[in-house]
Design a protein around this ligand. Sequence first.
Ligand code: FES
Ligand code: FES
Length: 166
Amino acid sequence: MEITLNVNGTDHQVSVAPYHTLLSVLREKLGFTEVKTSCREGECGACTVLVEGNAICSCLMPAVQADGKRITTIKGISKRNELHPLQEKFIEHDAVQCGYCTPGMILSAKALLDRNPRPTEAEVRIGLSGNTCRCTGYQQIVEAILAAAPEVEGMGSDTVREEGQR
Ligand code: FES
Ligand code: FES
């Protein structure tokens, strides 16, 4: 079937089968390779994208479910070539090593800060519980998110809640 995905502000029409995941369509049909693939089982969070502002494992979502929805990848959160505060703080706090988990981590952090602009450290750790990092030990990632929070607050949330979502 033909669906339309609005990715980072641009509509893309694409032909998909019912068994295609959002991850496979974004990467393999549309070329958004910044969306990482790893476990494909919903365990690691590497494939996280924002769907209507909510962090979603794209490996678990059938592409047809995203028809007509607004999808944000890591490349969609910076404005006019300026890094998003979360990206800046990840760099400043050495929260990136191999970087494979980083797009998903930052998008999960953005969804968290959009719904809870002043999280505690414990809330940040819970917010990242679906994202696995093999390199950093998490401490720098948590510090980067806490440091970014005041700058992200006031940027405005673009989250649209759907029934049944957290
Ligand atoms: S690739 Fe989707 S959660 Fe691991
Ligand atoms: S920086 Fe390597 S997996 Fe997180």
